[in-house]
Design a protein around this ligand. Structure first.
Ligand code: BLA
Length: 517
């Protein structure tokens, strides 16, 4: 059998998902010029609810087919600039010649006002403010969660209770945009579990993440539905409608294939934004088609935002406490430094030492030929060679170096990777005679992926060049030579400690010069 060529997952990033040219069939879409409000494009199912649509819609005013009160509200919001960037106007409308009520959601984007019409349920499944009350109670429970794990578990449970999906997952991105399902709430009779599994970055490609940073949610009612095309007036300059913020955009066919392979039909994903960054997704899965009404979708968005705020609070509080503790340790070390003539002894010999910083398990100081080590470290000779390597290799303007896979960067320490897979090193002086180092141990980890991350894509045989993998079988990767990375603030703190030491070292030199000079 011929070996398949490796497939390049970056092909996935090239699909222009914001202009799919179609919508899901539960909605009707009209797109009008945002100044004149004349219709420039419509979905081909428009005639189903707009009796006049059998005649050409394009070129007619929106006001000819939608209630005037609604059009006035659209104009007012346009004038106020509050219809863009994810904001929308929502109204329940009565349309001429129709008994049913329709939900209309209008937003403006890229020169268009886009109106999406969905039939309102005949008998809403809740009464009055039930939604609001439920949502408020759920927000209260989230607020009480003390840890990230608890908050994620509660969020998955509450969002599932609200939306009725068979499974809700909290999916968290890592710094390289791989992701992990950190919480799962699901119906007992679905044996599949994705909890704790990791997925490679290419499963949610860059343009999709960029879009999700702007537009906060996606709902697929029926993966296998036939998309409804958008037809545009052939007017000059009438570009395909940009559906970045549309609620009923059809999702990428490649992604729908992925869902098929996962056994998922109805789905949801809501962006979890923490400090303006896409932190993760609240994902909903249903084995059958699953309709979620617009009010419920909005409430799920509110709950997801509440979770995001809780994450921000918990992360900020943890970071703050950790930094405060480190600043206190640094202050004690600096006090020792000012009392001592020997900076090496001051930092390694007292009650507080540099080993109390950064969660390191080993630390040391190289001062000329003298190597002083505390905790679990490679032997002195190896640390001395490491310092020579850094002295020669660091760029002229650099004073510090950190690595979470030191033995890959510097194979000389490979025999010592158990104690030295992570390194934070900082030179004290411009001549690079004095170096402080912190070591972190290897975290021997097995990462369990949902499928082989080295093969996220298959070659397509039809019109598409790539297909998502078919198997989500657990795939266990043994990772060796990795430590928990040092955070940026820890590197900064190490540099500030080095500056304090430099002051002391210079003072000692002056003293020695005075005595000998
Ligand atoms: C989008 N991929 C997505 C989305 C998710 C995932 C959640 C958001 C769209 C949605 O469903 O709402 C991936 N879904 C997951 C993961 C889990 C899950 C990791 O449930 C685990 C719990 N995807 C591929 C390959 C390609 C690809 C090979 O695997 C491209 C060749 C593309 N994924 C892809 C694209 C989108 C996407 C293009 C954007 C869909 C859109 O918004 O139109």
């Amino acid at each position: 059998r011929a070996r398949a060529e490796p497939v390049d997952p970056s092909i996935c990033e090239r699909e222009p998902i914001h202009v799919p040219g179609s919508i899901q069939p539960n909605a009707v879409m009209l797109a009008a010029d945002d100044e004149t409000l004349t219709i420039l494009a419509h979905s081909t199912n428009a005639f189903e609810i707009l009796p006049d649509a059998a005649q050409a819609l394009d070129g007619r005013p929106l006001a000819a087919v939608l209630p005037l009160g609604f059009i006035d509200a659209v104009r007012a919001r346009l004038a106020a600039g509050t219809l863009t960037d994810g904001r929308s106007l929502r109204r329940t409308l009565r349309l001429d010649g129709r008994d049913a009520a329709y939900y209309a959601v209008a937003h403006a984007h890229a020169g268009r006002v886009i109106v999406e019409l969905e039939r309102a349920p005949d008998s809403p499944d809740d009464f009055g403010d039930a939604h609001q009350t439920d949502t408020e109670l759920a927000v209260g429970r989230l607020r009480a969660a003390a840890t990230l794990t608890d908050a994620a578990r509660i969020a998955a449970l509450e969002v599932r209770a609200l939306t009725g999906f068979e499974c809700v997952l909290v999916y968290r991105f890592d710094p390289d945009w791989n992701g992990e399902a950190i919480a799962e709430d699901k119906i007992p009779d679905w044996s599949r579990s994705l909890f704790g599994l990791r997925f490679p970055a290419s499963d949610i490609p860059a343009q999709a993440r960029a879009l999700y940073t702007k537009a906060k949610s996606r709902f697929v009612i029926d993966r296998d539905c036939v998309p409804v095309p958008l037809v545009a007036a052939p007017a000059a300059g009438n570009a395909p409608v940009d559906l970045t913020f549309a609620q009923n955009r059809t999702l990428s066919p490649i992604h729908l294939e992925y869902q098929r392979n996962l056994g998922v039909n109805g789905s949801m994903s809501i962006s979890i934004m923490v400090q303006n960054r896409l932190w993760g997704l609240m994902i909903g899965h249903h084995r059958q088609p699953h309709y979620v009404s617009p009010e419920t979708r909005a409430a799920a968005g509110v709950l997801t935002d509440a979770f995001a705020m809780r994450v921000q609070e918990i992360e900020a509080r943890t970071l703050w406490a950790e930094r405060q503790a480190h600043l206190a340790t640094e202050a004690r070390l600096v006090r020792e430094l000012t009392r001592s003539d020997d900076f090496v002894a001051a930092l390694t010999g007292g009650e507080t030492t540099i080993l109390d910083l950064f969660g390191a398990t080993g630390a040391g100081i190289v001062s000329g030929e003298r190597v002083t080590l505390i905790g679990c470290t490679p032997p002195a000779e190896a640390v001395h060679q490491l310092s020579a390597w850094l002295k020669a290799g660091l760029a002229a303007e650099e004073t510090s170096f950190s690595s979470m896979s030191l033995t890959a960067d510097y194979p000389g320490l490979a025999p010592h990777r158990e104690v030295a897979s992570g390194l934070l090193a900082v030179f004290v002086d411009g001549q690079r005679e004095n170096l402080i180092v912190w070591f972190r141990p290897e975290v021997p980890s097995t990462v369990t992926w949902g499928g082989d991350p080295r093969k996220p894509v298959l070659a397509g045989d039809g019109p598409v060049a790539v297909l998502p993998r078919r198997s989500f079988e657990r795939w266990v990767e043994e990772r060796t030579g990795f430590a928990t990375p040092f955070a940026e603030w820890q590197v900064s703190l190490a540099i500030s400690l080095a500056r304090a030491v430099e002051g002391v070292v210079l003072r000692q030199r002056r003293k020695i010069d005075e005595l000998t000079g």
